[in-house]
Design a protein around this ligand. Structure first.
Ligand code: SF4
Length: 451
């Protein structure tokens, strides 16, 4: 059977998709990237905003239209929160609640009586990730969240916190690495809460993964800023732990943060960013900001813009506030009209673009390792390979001579920053002197550290 897996939303949805992909492959099914030739289509939906819910409905309808003969299975936050709406969509064979999604492959087998293809029909040496055209593995380490941020629908959809054991996670990463995966991203709804139910924590998990696997690159998914403390920054002393942290702040105004039910104040974030950057100078700190939260005054919005400027984020995910039924924020007074939210988003986009340019302009002349992605893309009329620096800067690789192999880790020498595409343009295989003195990435680990 050919199985197409589709996902919307967060990295956790992506991690779950990969888990299912491995499960279907282990059962002898074949993965396909297109819906058109699939026998089974599985859609992992998202409900984080109204827009995400709309896109989930569209993806389900499109999958059904493109291949009405395929069996259609739907899971994820949107289908778990809105089972009534899902039932109205045509052509769905099975809806699997979030609470059952770890067993999705088994449930599909039982309920849809899926028959395995002979093992020889599959590609045993190719991991599920490669079959789906990716070369970075998202590893789900936990699910659920104990916090109650007032805007968050995800915590309702995903339920209480539960963590996978460190052993299970280490074994999964070792298995992926033995099948040529070079980078793992630990992900979850609230990864800062990892291990609370097992008497351990995220720092212990990261240390063990670094000690007991040889995966060349390890990253973290989104991490709540209040979950960083103690000796966390020392983890970056290991060159295999990638220096990028996505710390969703949501607002730079303490009064808005209070209404959001967030557990971090502006002053704490500023101090945290300073401490982390002191220890890891090239750490890339990115964030999420919600524009137009209920009751957000022009002054509160100005505080958010000032905060973003003060930190100098190289990248900001900007969301217009979207009221989700069932959340406390949806009932707050002072819901703002769409026009104001749009204007605020635009203003922040403008600032974020400037901050990105400022940050990226520091890099020409420097060297770092890039994990080459499977796909190629067009840059100024030419097909180029691209990948990400250790601190997650998108880098296209200009090639003279042999093209870098997909999924290889190459040394890149950055020649310029292309503002139009927002990427660094580098040459692969540069073997000259390291970057300008004092500007090199990871001076303590040296130029050739394999990341
Ligand atoms: S910490 Fe994150 S997942 Fe948990 S309630 Fe807040 S926004 Fe939602």
């Amino acid at each position: 059977m050919k199985v197409a897996l589709k996902s919307l939303g967060c990295r956790l949805n992506e991690a779950e998709l990969e888990h299912w992909a491995s499960g279907f492959q282990a059962d002898g099914h074949q993965l396909t990237t297109t819906t058109d030739n699939a026998d089974l289509v599985v859609v992992n939906t998202c409900a984080v905003t109204c827009e995400a819910a709309k896109k989930s409905r569209q993806l389900i309808r499109r999958s059904q239209r493109r291949n009405a003969k395929a069996k259609l299975v739907v899971s994820g936050c949107y289908s778990s929160l809105q089972p009534g709406e899902i039932k109205q969509l045509p052509g769905i064979d099975l809806v699997i609640d979030n609470s059952d999604k770890d067993r999705l492959v088994d449930i599909v087998k039982q309920r849809l009586a899926a028959e395995a293809m002979p093992v020889t029909a599959t590609e045993p040496d190719e991991t599920a990730l490669f079959s789906r055209g990716r070369n970075r593995a998202f590893i789900k380490v936990q699910d659920g969240c104990r916090h109650k941020c007032t805007f968050c629908i995800v915590t309702l959809a995903r339920g209480a916190e539960r963590s996978r054991t460190i052993r299970e996670i280490v074994d999964e990463i070792n298995s992926l690495h033995s099948r040529q995966i070079r980078e793992a991203v630990l992900t979850g709804v609230h990864i800062g809460g990892y291990g609370r139910d097992l008497g351990t924590d995220l720092t212990a998990l990261i240390k063990t993964v670094l000690d007991e696997t040889d995966i060349p690159r390890l990253r973290l998914g989104s991490l709540e800023p209040w979950n960083i403390g103690g000796s966390f920054h020392e983890l970056f002393d290991n060159p295999r732990f990638m220096p990028h942290l996505h710390l969703p702040m949501q607002s730079g105004s303490d009064s808005v943060l209070r209404r959001m039910g967030r557990r971090c104040k502006r002053v704490h974030f500023v101090k945290l960013a300073e401490q982390l950057r002191q220890h890891v100078p090239d750490l890339n700190i990115t964030t999420d900001i919600i524009a137009g939260f209920p009751g957000e005054t022009p002054e509160e919005w100005r505080q958010t813009l000032d905060f973003c400027r003060e930190i100098g984020f190289p990248h900001i995910h900007i969301f217009p506030y979207s009221a989700r039924a069932g959340t406390r924020a949806a009932l707050l007074p002072g819901q703002l009209p769409p026009g104001i939210k749009k204007l605020r988003c635009k203003e922040l986009h403008h600032l974020a673009t400037q901050m990105k340019h400022d940050y990226m302009r520091r890099y020409p002349g420097r060297n770092f390792k890039v994990l080459v992605e499977n796909d190629t893309e067009e840059l100024n009329g030419k097909q180029v390979r691209f990948g990400y620096s250790p601190n997650y800067l998108r880098t296209t690789i200009r090639v003279s001579g042999a093209s870098p192999r997909p999924n290889s880790i190459v040394t890149a020498h950055v020649r310029e920053y292309d503002e139009g595409s927002g990427t660094l343009v580098a040459e692969a295989g540069f073997s000259g002197a390291p970057g300008r003195p004092g500007t090199r990435l990871y001076p303590s680990q040296g130029f050739s550290a394999c990341r």
